[in-house]
Design a protein around this ligand. Sequence first.
Ligand code: ARG
Length: 697
Amino acid sequence: ADEGMWLLMLIKRLNGVDMQKEGLHLTPEEIYSVNNSSLKDAIVSFGGFCTGEIVSDKGLIFTNHHCGYGAVAAASTPEKDYLKNGFWAMKQKDEFNAKDLYVRFLVRMDDASQRINAKLNNKMTGEERKAVIDAETKAIQAENSENGKYTVVVKDFFNGNEFYYFVYQDYKDIRLVGAPPSSLGKFGGDTDNWEWPRHTADFTVFRVYADAAGNPAEYSPSNTPLKPKHFLPVSLKGIKPGDFSMILGYPGRTNRYLTSYGIQQMVNKDYPAWVEASKLAMDVMKKYMDKDKATQLNYASQYASVANYWKNRQGTIDAVIKNGTITDKQKTEANFKQWALQPANIEYDGVLDDISIYYKQVSNRNVERNYATQLYRNAKYISLASQVGPVLKSYAEQDMAGRLAMKPKVEAAVKAAYENFNTKLEGEMLNSMVGLYQSRVDKDVASPTIMALDSKNLSNVAYSSIFANKTSVTNFILNPDRLKLDADPLLKIANGVTTDQRLSSEKFSKIDDNFAKNNRIFLAGLMKSMPEKKFYPDANFTMRLTYGTVDKLPIRTDRNYFGVTDNYYTDMTGLVGKYKKGDEEFDLPQRVIDLYNMKDFGQYADAAGFMPVNFLSNNDITGGNSGSPVIDGDGNLIGIAFDGNSEALSGDIVFEQEWQKTINVDVRFVLWTIDKYAGARRLIDELKLVRSENTPA
Ligand code: ARG
């Protein structure tokens, strides 16, 4: 029952009965309701890339440490390094605005499939199809946004066979309340990332603020904590294998209906390219990050994110091979082909062959995209010139009055562009990433602009450009010269790259559109061929529910479990057991060691006496779910989901029944860290704690 990322409004139809059997005591109405407050009102999309949950009647949010990482890094300086040392607002007035963050509440959702599909057919070109969907989307937005009060998003599901719309309310005044030091919040670093057993306090605490009427508002000192429609009580009862657990959150992307042809392209071509290019970018960053503190902070977030996917992609390649994922898919496809031979299913016949031909046609182009993506993501000189260039151009074209009016906007764009910018690092990054692209990408599909560059000398080109650094751009703003801008060597490269990309996507647009159509038809056929099976849509950053139980993994002989024999949890003995003083990944604050030695676990200890740290459940999550609440059968918070295990990284393509687990921080360890380690008792006091007779006093 653990496979599946279900849409909330469908749980009644699909799983109500199943979930009750597994131990859920809530009705579907208590989980998702349009009219009454329900569980969904306590779940937020955090910044559009993670999930968070409301845990108090004052808008307190729990999410992951790695979700708050960018905000905490941005607020840190070498003198006040919150990332390294942690941050705790001991009073409410110490909570400060975390720039650029927002949280999104789901107001309601609805099915728009009939409405949109009525206007579509398979004879349309990709462009025609898009025009219809865009027009319907506009209409749906106009009908539901209440003049901008709500953000309305229409998304397609099941490879474009179905459509749902989502009505959201966004809050923008989000304040940092508490973050553990990285030694706790990222304990184990990249070595332990994607691994179990795990010992990480991967959580951060924020708070939503609203205006006096409880409405969203820009940051203002006069805003007050939001009184939410619902918040999650926190359970101190403890957990054991088999206990019901569900996770609500915003999973980002899965590819569960990817064909064997797609998987072969992925593991043989695309991901190896991704892995190689991101590793090179990491090495360049690391070289400069190790040299000074400011660079370390400026690049911490980018590095962590590149490293996270680097390990994920390599792990996916390994897991797909080890788990025989391709053979499994081939079996399903053989059955499908058989089924499609029946006269009634003739429209599905041949669709898989067309898909297999498609991958041959685009194989090299897809490899190019992987090298290119890492190049643009990491070699910021190019993206910077293409972002700031047009702004400077329109500025330079104004008369005096126009320039004066535009200046604040230009200066803000420049400030943002150079915020985390180390010119030496970026120069080397440009040379390295372009050099790699040139040596790996097939000429037929490569960007001619990039192929023509002298990769050894590129940094010097950048340094001689208007965009070399903040000072050179600032000088240009004081003394704008259109001709000089048009002749700028870096801007020319950036513009050339943009043109090349457009030409390439035009060249492939017909076959890409045709592929999208075949993918849609294939999945429609697959669903039709298995009428008894319950299908769930791929993740697409919409709210989903996954249910299952607390669960364990088989013991591996090559791992140290620090005395735990029932492999569903880890405890503080393991945390302290892994401690390496002064290590980049396995250091710990002395206070943690001291508290452990004194066994000062308070009410957060397990009834069996140990201090729980992380645990496993068999829920079905992926990236984007980070920070999601793990909820028991009564609607109480028992943990915060933060990772998956390397044995099952093929899981975004096929759910691995035996191996695929979610790694969660035990909420009791979260509270222990807040209370015993940080002394921020006031935060514990605003939670609604749920105890059992066994909970230690
Ligand atoms: N692997 C986690 C995810 O993508 C992110 C973990 C962040 N921690 C770390 N040590 N990099 O959900």
